[in-house]
Unconditional design. Structure first.
Ligand SMILES: Cc1ncc(C[n+]2csc(CCOP(=O)(O)OP(=O)(O)O)c2C)c(N)n1
Ligand SMILES: Cc1ncc(C[n+]2csc(CCOP(=O)(O)OP(=O)(O)O)c2C)c(N)n1
Ligand SMILES: [Mg+2]
Ligand SMILES: [Mg+2]
Lengths: 324, 328, 324, 328
């Protein structure tokens, strides 16, 4: 099959959506220039015009709110935030407005908006240019949250998000932009709320979000060499997340490590651990461990960044810990 | 004072009827709150009816309006069903928001009201988005954001003005300046009494108008809507008016300070309803018809209250429905 | 001892802080009028002047940011938000700025700000006037979060928060304003991060936040009548929360119910359940259950509100479930 | 052009030295990025030095300044230690933020710099708060917010202006209008080129000035600071200038559009450094002293780079320190 990078897959989803659905438009800061979006929006403005691909003033609240308003009257906008950190200025439109709109009015009106935002960290950028805030949004009823980890999912989840009819936070990660994978040319969807089993195994379940799927795959290989047979689940959607798949896996293995590169306290991994311990307690053979960022902002100095971020080694260590 | 003196009696009586409907509805709601039948917090717009009436009469059904916590008047003036309004305020399943929203969350998409919410100024960017949608679709619809003087202190008011001005979106920013945000007088919140001037900063049309004269408001809104439809961009209308009742509920809020009584003395005689009656007479309308209209309107409101009382409550079994909608 | 209401206790803490520390000032919307703050700030402006007790324009971002800036240059402001919902407009100053300030600059400058906000719900106010968002803030490193449930704690935690030197979210609940309790006249602190045992017991630990402490007390009585001996813990602080106390209680009872009147998914209760299951797994005799709000916005109609909110009955049911 | 022609040679050479220090530091940083030694994203202010120099020379040590992503110049002009700046950019433990902040998070409380952060406009309300603190303490200090033209599109810029104007706080809003926000030209983001006009809306003093003339900037800042200290409230200064290098990093950003090359051709001759040299000569200063100064400054920067290179990295064992500070 044809191989694309993660960024190309995102771009292709945009292009196909713009081409096939006149309700779709893209707005936000940085959509005319690759500085922020990398190749994920490359030249869309040239292809579809600067009205449907609109680079906006430095006004996160109004831009997001305008996209939401357009959605409410029937458009299917994708509003772009080059970093999640900037989106904190748009919490009122996202959390108070978009998330509530359907419920408030008993489903008579909707806000079918896709809020696309990028986790863009590392490279000595520091605390305000590194945040992975999906945990905040996963707490809010009315929002769906997806985090693709492969080019295939990046394309399919964006298409599904735009067609979903509810507000969807589509969160991609700059660390993945150059990863390549098989991507069909035609439009297709990856169902929101469905996880993927990346490897079948019987000893322990490792469940991940975003770029940690690839790190976990490395961990799996290390562990396999040590005779540990890991079942690897990539959530893809963090709200709603795939209970059936996770429960059946943990029901089999009895052991769970959740890896999520966000702050540990009150993050997405906590919800997984809490739900499993509440509903699948008797299947558990060992403590559920979380592999997350420490409860600290991101530092800049590369030396500190190395100590701060997590990867395959941390997953291996956690698995070994609950096996022994 | 309106420049154009040739308004038809029909138009004027239409404005009059809208104002009466709002006034009598609000007064009835006030009584029902006092009687303990209504619990949801209600922000009454008595005294401000001319703004809703004047603006909405300048709009088509497909033009959208967006409101805030004080939006019963906007709902009614745009043509929202009074039964569904009253039922919503009673928390009934037949309410416009099916009992989910109460007084502060009204909706009537069939007549272009896409939602009202109490986060101050929150629908301003949404209205801008509706304008953006119209521009992209080329459908000629106008979007109206109704908001108060307090909302102009929120940064997103400015962001929205800049955004709409930059892309020349068909948006009417209608500020009902009633000189208060809750208990806080304008002078305690802004260095100058100059809301309309914000338009200059964004190079758009801006006007300070008498918000208690329905005809003046209507004229300004017509002009703004025409400009918007012609691709000439947004307009900011600062409609100067006064809220008679308290910030929330039926009381008179005399506790906000000594100036309140003086202001009421000044503003009560500016009641937009008698002011319009006078104009109708001048235009050759019959005042006895207006009296018949009063009775009609009261009867309609009686029916709405009856409907609300008799309607069923929402089903708690549906508590969790429509947080998200299913994919169709 | 002297009895005060919860609101009076908050007011007294403010008054004593204003009286004894010239660095303290209060700002925010609604501080000159009891409409929003009830009696919790009553006439402070008359007593301390309208410069130190400043009612502000409808500008949540700038007001919060200004308070934070004043804190950074050495003041000890208390910025007031009449509802947590409005505070979503101030997420940038709170989450990006205040929370990070100490870490970013390695502790050379601080933002010793108290962000006081009220959970004000029920009464058919609906989705945007009801939110309990402490879970969002508890996810963010650099913020402390307290939620007093008694007049004693309300006073002592506010004083501790102002003196803490870090940004503290002080979250009180309108449902508690008329509750009365013993409150010493002198200034005193309740340590941030310390929970309180409200009742000793041996069968099951029930741990609560905010007004659910009182509901849980009712539940305890019902359960006692059924022969169940509950240990009741009131967290008081949700970040940091009292690991030692909770762990020693659960170590004894082996059973835990966490009651927190916020959305269940990804909320504070999830963090507790996840931590206990991760670190105290072998002491657990039963699943950890959460008693939380459903994952839906608050409706208005009283009929729906009754179905939505949680109380003693839900706690009783959860305890019975993990005992049987 | 400055009204006052009687500036002392001392003052002028002080401004000159500040600009040189900034220029040479930035150029050195550009080279070090190209050489791969610096990794933290750096937003260079080459071409804009006159604003930082002119404003900071009008301040006392206790006056506070607040900056953004492009703040090396502000740090240096206020008197921040160049060694600690360079070490921070190198990510070293001896950096002004001890390796926690990098180029975008600078601090030097000892000279009144309480922090710079890259969230656009985020320190504007913080500066207002510093002004509020000064008013409450009656200490006569002034607070300065440095920000770009892009920041004026953020709602909190307006909220902050209103807040500071309302309470007449001693705040200088210093906008460095370099006509770009990243790749976006001003005209793509605002309907009008009129940032200074925002002052009118809030009834405060506002000026559009030549941001490439350090003396003009200095004069305006002195006047604004005097007004602020006298309780006459805030001032908005729109300093028109141009950023030579790219939005981030050392490149020239010729890819943002055809106008970029034209603009550079127009602005490079407006270089604030030779413009000030000419003034110094006019005031009777000796140009050979300026040349000696260049050497001094280069030597200082060499020393700073050496210091940064030789400094230790932060200790990863301290990664989690000071998220919160302990109670003392
Ligand atoms: C974002 C936000 N901040 C504060 C409030 C509290 N509040 C409710 S109504 C109101 C008054 C707003 O005044 P204005 O916009 O003039 O409208 P009016 O009540 O006068 O119609 C305020 C401050 C709120 N609902 N939302
Ligand atoms: C809140 C926020 N939105 C967007 C960005 C992305 N961004 C970084 S710098 C910048 C340009 C800002 O332009 P301006 O304020 O004019 O400053 P300049 O870079 O020209 O000095 C933008 C938009 C950001 N850092 N923060
Ligand atoms: Mg008002
Ligand atoms: Mg700029």
């Amino acid at each position: 099959m044809r191989r694309l990078t993660y960024a190309q897959a995102i771009r292709e989803a945009h292009a196909q959506l713009l081409r096939t659905d006149t309700r779709v438009f893209v707005c936000g800061q940085g959509v005319w220039n690759p500085w922020y979006a990398g190749k994920s929006l490359l030249d869309l403005d040239k292809e579809f015009g600067r009205r449907r691909v609109l680079d906006c003033p430095v006004s996160e609240n109004a831009t997001t709110g305008a996209a939401i308003g357009a959605a409410i009257v029937g458009m299917r906008p994708i509003v772009f935030h080059a970093r999640m950190d900037f989106m904190l200025l748009a919490m009122d439109p996202i959390v108070n407005q978009a998330a509530n709109w359907s419920y408030l009015f008993a489903g008579q009106v909707q806000a079918p908006i896709v809020i696309r935002c990028v986790i863009n960290r590392g490279g000595e950028q520091g605390a305000q240019h590194s945040q992975a805030l999906h945990g905040l949004f996963a707490h809010v009823p009315g929002l769906k949250v997806v985090m693709p980890s492969t080019p295939y999912d990046a394309k399919g989840l964006l298409i599904a998000a735009v067609r979903d009819g509810n507000p969807v936070m589509y969160i991609d990660d700059r660390w993945l932009y150059d990863d390549t994978g098989d991507v069909p040319e035609e439009m297709y969807e990856v169902s929101i709320g469905k996880a993927a089993v990346r490897r079948h195994g019987k000893d322990v379940t490792v469940a991940t979000t975003s770029f940690l799927a690839a790190e976990a795959m490395k961990a799996v290989e290390t562990l396999a060499a040590l005779g540990v047979d890991v079942e690897l689940i990539d959530f893809r959607s963090v709200k709603p997340w795939d209970r059936d798949l996770l429960f059946s896996s943990v029901g089999k293995t009895g052991r769970l490590v959740v890896a999520d590169a966000a702050w540990q306290s009150g993050g997405f991994a906590a919800e997984i651990a809490a739900t499993v311990t509440g509903e699948l307690f008797h299947a558990l053979k060992a403590p559920i461990l979380r592999v997350c960022l420490p409860d600290a902002p991101a530092p800049t100095s590369a030396v500190l960044e190395r100590a701060y971020y997590i990867g395959a080694g941390d997953i291996v260590a956690a698995v070994q810990k609950i096996l022994h | 004072m309106s420049k154009n003196t040739s308004w038809s009696v029909d138009l004027l009586t239409g404005l009059y009827r809208a104002m009466l409907l709002i006034r009598f509805t609000e007064e009835r709601i006030a009584a029902l709150i006092e009687g303990g039948e209504i619990k949801t917090p209600c922000h009454l717009c008595i005294g401000q009816e001319a703004v809703a009436a004047g603006v909405c009469a300048a709009l088509n059904q497909e033009d959208s309006i967006w409101g805030g916590h004080r939006s019963h008047g906007h709902y009614l003036a745009k043509g929202g069903n009074p039964h569904a309004l009253m039922a919503e305020i009673f928390g009934k399943a037949t309410g416009c928001s099916k009992g989910r929203g109460g007084s502060m969350h009204l909706v009537a998409p069939e007549i272009g009201l896409y939602g009202t919410v109490p986060l101050v100024g929150a629908t301003i960017p949404l209205a801008v988005g509706a304008g953006l949608a119209s521009t992209l679709r080329g459908d000629g619809h106008v979007a109206v954001a109704f908001f108060g003087d307090g909302a102009t202190e929120e940064g997103h008011f400015h962001e929205s003005m800049n955004f709409a001005a930059l892309y020349r979106l068909p948006v009417l920013f209608v500020c009902e300046n009633n000189f208060y945000s809750t208990h806080m007088a304008l002078a305690d919140r802004r260095p100058q009494d100059n809301i309309a001037q914000a338009a200059d900063l964004y190079g758009i049309s801006g006007k300070r108008i008498d918000g208690n004269d329905a005809v003046v408001v209507h004229e300004a809104a017509l002009e703004a809507a025409a400009r918007a439809r012609a691709g000439q961009g947004p307009t900011l209308l600062e409609c100067r008016t006064y809220r008679w009742r308290g910030h929330v509920g039926p009381a008179w809020d005399l506790d906000v300070g000594g100036q309140r009584r003086r202001e009421l003395e000044e503003w009560l005689p500016q009641d937009p309803i008698p002011r319009l009656r006078w104009r109708i007479a001048e235009a050759g309308g019959h005042l006895d018809e207006l009296e018949r209209m009063e009775e009609d309107v009261r009867a309609e409101i009686d029916a709405a209250v009856r409907f609300a009382r008799e309607s069923p409550s929402p089903d708690p079994g549906e508590l969790l429905h429509r947080v998200c909608i299913p994919r169709n």
